[in-house]
Design a protein around this ligand. Structure first.
Ligand SMILES: NC(=O)c1ccc[n+]([C@@H]2O[C@H](COP(=O)([O-])OP(=O)(O)OC[C@H]3O[C@@H](n4cnc5c(N)ncnc54)[C@H](OP(=O)(O)O)[C@@H]3O)[C@@H](O)[C@H]2O)c1
Length: 329
């Protein structure tokens, strides 16, 4: 089993395989409440103890389902990371005030049924926020008021991560890192480790592509972002299929198939590739069903990947994927 990893400076360790709770909130087609509850319970049964959510996932549905599930379970409570900022309207840096952030955090506290939230991440805020001591001072004040234990950031770009960790109090950075987004390992993880910053790797399966199940004929529901955000129509295009053109991604997935260890799924392989990086604290695959949760938790028992496999994965990235993404984020 993969060992727990220290979560930055919190003094806590977490299982390196976490649970991404966006899809059980919304924007991924229909996920019934029963499936959402079962998916999360399965992950927790498999040893997952880190959950990532946000106030906007299903406008609070994800947070409320997490609270509902946790209320039925005994034992140590998992670490729950939520996010704030995307409910600010209009979504401008100047509207990131203490009063607004605190009101949104209060709603998350109610949704999650927690007096003090474990971690609140600024949710891909407008770029000027990263330069704003005022915003980070507001988060510090909310922390000092006892409403949150810690705060961090979820970023689109490496440069934003580097700016954010200069602010005192920031304990974690969430960033896209997967077989199709390799640059954070080159340009950020060493700096994060040196600063004691926890790194949360999101979109680890490139929105499902890296499970190997998708084809040119795959279709998605109208309310699934994989239908409506491929070119960034609603939010950063990197959040959908990691910003890789779909046909290119399918080609790269085919090139990766021979690297999957015998007996393993491509999803577990893709997650194991991420956890080869000690610079990653926790990876947070989204899952919509118990089968997906157990498939993703299988990463915990996969052995190290060989140097040859790692090099081959890098070569595929360099040849097919990097020209589309490396310079953008
Ligand atoms: N800005 C931000 O801060 C931000 C943005 C994006 C994500 N996140 C966080 O990161 C988490 C993970 O990213 P993500 O959910 O966008 O993408 P992801 O983890 O790369 O992909 C998740 C999707 O892949 C499919 N899937 C998952 N496990 C599978 C398995 N074992 N077998 C087959 N299919 C599987 C499911 O969709 P289908 O079954 O429908 O294919 C699932 O919804 C989110 O849940 C969220 O917590 C944060």
């Amino acid at each position: 089993m993969l060992a727990p990893r220290p979560f930055g400076s919190t003094g806590r360790t977490v299982c390196p395989a976490g649970f991404g709770a966006w899809a059980i909130g919304g924007t991924w087609g229909e996920v019934s409440e029963a499936d959402a509850v079962a998916a999360l319970n399965e992950a927790l049964d498999r040893g997952v103890d880190f959950i990532d959510t946000a106030d906007v996932y299903g406008d609070g549905r994800s947070e409320r389902i997490i609270a509902q599930v946790l209320a039925t379970r005994s034992g140590p409570r998992p670490f729950v990371a939520t996010k704030a900022g995307r409910r600010i309207t209009p979504h401008l840096a100047e509207n990131y005030t203490r009063a607004t952030l605190e009101a949104h955090i209060d709603r998350s506290r109610a949704n999650l049924r927690m007096d003090c939230l474990d971690l609140v991440q600024l949710h891909c805020p407008p770029s000027p926020v990263y330069d704003s001591a005022r915003v980070f001072d507001a988060m510090t004040a909310i922390r000092d008021a006892g409403k949150i234990a810690h705060f961090g950031v979820s970023v689109e770009r490496i440069a934003e991560a580097q700016q954010a960790i200069r602010h005192p109090g920031v304990i974690s950075v969430q960033i896209i890192y997967n077989l199709f987004r390799q640059r954070p390992a080159d340009a950020f993880f060493a700096q994060a480790a040196a600063s004691g910053i926890a790194v949360i790797a999101r979109v680890p399966l490139a929105s499902g592509l890296l499970t190997g199940k998708m084809t040119a004929d795959s279709t998605f529901a109208a309310d699934d972002h994989r239908s409506f955000n491929r070119n960034g129509e609603a939010f950063d295009k990197g959040e959908t299929f990691s910003g890789v053109p779909y046909d290119v991604a399918l080609q790269a997935v085919d090139a990766l198939r021979p690297l999957v260890p015998q007996g393993a799924s491509m999803a577990a392989f893709a997650l194991r590739w991420i956890l080869m990086q000690q610079g990653v604290t926790v990876v947070i695959p989204g899952s919509k069903s118990p089968a997906q949760s157990s498939g993703n938790a299988a990463v915990l028992s996969l052995p190290l990947l060989s140097d040859d496999t790692m090099q081959a994965a890098r070569d595929i990235y360099t040849r097919l994927i990097a020209p589309h993404v490396h310079h953008l984020w």
